[in-house]
Design a protein around this ligand. Structure first.
Ligand code: HH2
Length: 322
């Protein structure tokens, strides 16, 4: 459908982010009620210090949010979301990495983009009137996420006939709307929306078959960090005790084609991804050696030699400013 992910990079305002290795998006929640860190960074100075720490921990992108979307949450009034987000945004656009703003409100999108945000992360996939216009008028990237229902009620009784098919059809259709409005494919990122109107079984099916979403041709972003679906497997009720399961989920997701992982624990996730990359690179090199040998000894078949190299080969931590 597109050349977004195939191009090997995505464009985020003035940044061009290489997809040769998985990217880490660090979460900065300026909310009193986020499910895992509510209230910790509600103060502007603390939120800015946290953002700086995430960048020094290796975040490739920062994601700034002023409205919790946890199950059961209520929408935050426009003025309150603005009051939370804008002072922090104004201070962190100079940290050298693109800043994404996690919002469903087109008015906040416009103001954030004018203030230097490079990406909009919309858990409602730009379905609110004016959302697509806001992106079309900018050079920012956008993350389109799938959600069944709204945060207030989404976890009451999520039902799908075929979760993979319905989520991928929804994302394909939303991406098509943006392409039709002239928004370039290499500015669009897709997210199946783990935990957003999905049972544990739905989430696991999506994680297991993430390659189907990746095959739509856009980079895939996943947000699994600290989520209750992980606690549902391990029994860890405290969100901050879900570091191990969050890292396992992030690795599985990149192994299944995710290009961006949205996480709270940037340093630990980076370390895990670096090990994954190093091992994948080594495996690809030894496969090449084996297939080179096979190609020279079996000149009638290039089947082994044309096998894909391991995904996401290692690359330095660069956000290439264009
Ligand atoms: N998850 C959360 C918020 N925004 N955006 C995308 N694209 N994908 C996600 O999975 C996603 C998201 C929920 O996590 P968090 O921001 O930590 O919690 P809260 O919504 O309670 O602030």
């Amino acid at each position: 459908m597109s050349d977004g992910a195939q191009a090997g990079f995505f464009v985020c305002g003035e940044f061009k982010l290489s997809l040769r290795r998985p990217l880490v998006m660090g979460v900065v929640n300026i909310t009193p009620d986020s499910f895992s860190d509510g209230g910790e960074f509600i103060d502007t100075a603390r939120a800015v210090a946290h953002a700086e720490q995430l960048v020094s921990d290796g975040a490739d992108i920062l994601d700034l949010g002023g409205e919790s979307s946890r199950p059961g949450s209520a929408p935050v009034p426009l003025d309150e979301e603005r009051r939370r987000v804008m002072p922090v945004l104004n201070k962190i656009t100079e940290l050298g990495v693109p800043v994404s703003v996690d919002t469903c409100k087109p008015q906040i999108m416009r103001e954030a983009l004018a203030a230097g945000a490079s990406m909009i992360n919309d858990t409602s996939a730009l379905r609110n009137p004016g959302g697509i216009d806001a992106i079309a008028a900018s050079d920012a990237a956008v993350c389109l996420m799938h959600m069944q229902g709204t945060p207030t009620h989404m976890q009451r009784a999520p039902v799908y006939r075929d979760v993979l098919l319905e989520v991928s059809e929804f994302l394909r259709e939303r991406a098509r709307c943006l392409l039709d409005r002239g928004i370039e494919a290499n500015r669009i990122v897709l997210d199946p929306g783990f935990g957003f109107g999905k049972t544990l079984e739905h989430n696991l099916q999506l994680l297991h078959r993430l390659t189907t979403i990746a095959s739509l041709g856009f980079p895939v972003l996943v947000g699994l960090s600290r989520k209750s679906l992980l606690g549902g497997i391990t029994g860890q009720r405290d969100a901050k005790s879900r570091l191990g399961s969050s890292i396992a989920a992030a690795l599985l997701a990149v192994d299944n084609g995710a290009s961006v992982v949205r996480v709270h624990d940037v340093a630990e996730t980076r370390d895990a991804l670096q090990v994954w990359q190093a091992a994948g690179k080594r495996a690809a090199e030894s496969e090449d050696t084996v297939s080179d040998g096979a190609a020279s000894s079996r000149t009638t078949s290039n089947e082994t030699a044309s096998k894909d190299a391991a995904p996401n080969e290692a690359a330095p931590n660069e956000a290439i400013s264009t």
